[in-house]
Design a protein around this ligand. Sequence first.
Ligand code: DC
Length: 217
Amino acid sequence: MSGHDAKVIAIDGPAGAGKSTIARALAARLGLDYLDTGAMYRAVTFAAMHRGVPVDDVPAVAELARALQLEVGDDGVFVDGLDATDQIRRSDVTTAVSAIASNSDVRTELRNRQREWADAHGGGVIEGRDIGSVVFPDARLKLYLTASPRVRAERRVAEAGGDVDEIERAIAVRDGHDVGRADGGLREADGSRTVDTTGLSIEEVLEAIVGLLEGDE
Ligand code: DC
């Protein structure tokens, strides 16, 4: 467990629930740093594909993850010194990342790095799928952000374009992988607070979260 759990705000939830936008805005408002742990899983996926390591080769990918020089921050995502900020969002990376996320040795390595990050940054707003449930169970506040599948698909279309029905189907497939994963499967952590962002603006979600923080004081 990290020595900085008490200064961590953990945000979990399915793809497209607004986690990144909200986590970034909340961190700015509270003067904390922000960590996108999905970017770490994506970076390992990109590195494996880049080096020709099959993403389902469990020991080889675990070895790669342990050796990888990885920086995830406001300046972007750097993999062994290479700027991979845009590459990790490629659709082939998005498709392959589930295989990497179900590799328990990769998860162990990345969870250790997430705890080290929190120690180095004095806590922070950290978002992913298992942040409140596994990585920081004693976080100051554990949030589970969700929204209806249709709204999540519509947000993705607004960001990156595409066909809303197709994207809604793809989101359902990712939800299946996220919830079905034996290690770190997506669930509401014990003691977490659920915020359904369907129909709420970013500002309204932030107000709801600040209200939860103040109520807990
Ligand atoms: O949030 P995202 O879509 O960028 O996450 C990419 C993938 O990584 C997604 O398939 C789920 C996985 N992930 C995970 O297993 N655990 C986390 N803490 C964060 C993301």
